[in-house]
Design a protein around this ligand. Structure first.
Ligand SMILES: [Zn+2]
Length: 136
């Protein structure tokens, strides 16, 4: 089962390899929390720091690793656009106009985004049911 240390390592690798041009201007932490069926992650400002939160059910190996990578990349795109980060805000709204998808496509996630759509529709509902015990 994955832990918060795993998330920290993934965040560091993805940032270095695929978001290397995005300066890290504050402390950015990442942890598992929440067991939503429809929400995979979010990014928030905590004082001067930034916190990324990933769906707690993604601790389980039932969820493929690329789903976690995509969720991290999604939240890093918000950071790059100046949402819940010290960077200059690039857009008026965090999602309007598909700016996150565009950002991720530019960074090479286009194929994974298609895979995620399939996963969300076909696999995730089954996994979510299977993890029912843990959700209590
Ligand atoms: Zn978002």
């Amino acid at each position: 089962m994955r832990d918060n240390g795993f998330l920290g390592e993934r965040l560091e690798s993805i940032w270095k390899l695929l978001f290397g041009d995005v300066p890290k201007l504050n402390n950015v932490s990442i942890r598992f929390s929440g067991k939503s069926k429809s929400k995979f992650g979010h990014i928030a400002r905590k004082g001067g720091d930034t916190e990324i939160v990933i769906n707690e059910l993604f601790r389980f190996d039932d969820v493929p690793e690329y789903i976690i990578d995509l969720t991290i990349a999604h939240e890093l795109s918000h950071y790059a656009h100046g949402f819940n980060s010290p960077l200059k805000q690039k857009y008026r709204h965090p999602h309007k106009g598909g700016v996150v998808t565009k950002e991720m496509t530019l960074r090479g996630f286009d194929k994974m985004i298609k895979m995620e759509k399939m996963f969300f529709r076909k696999e995730w509902p089954k996994i979510y049911e299977r993890l029912r015990e843990f959700k209590k």
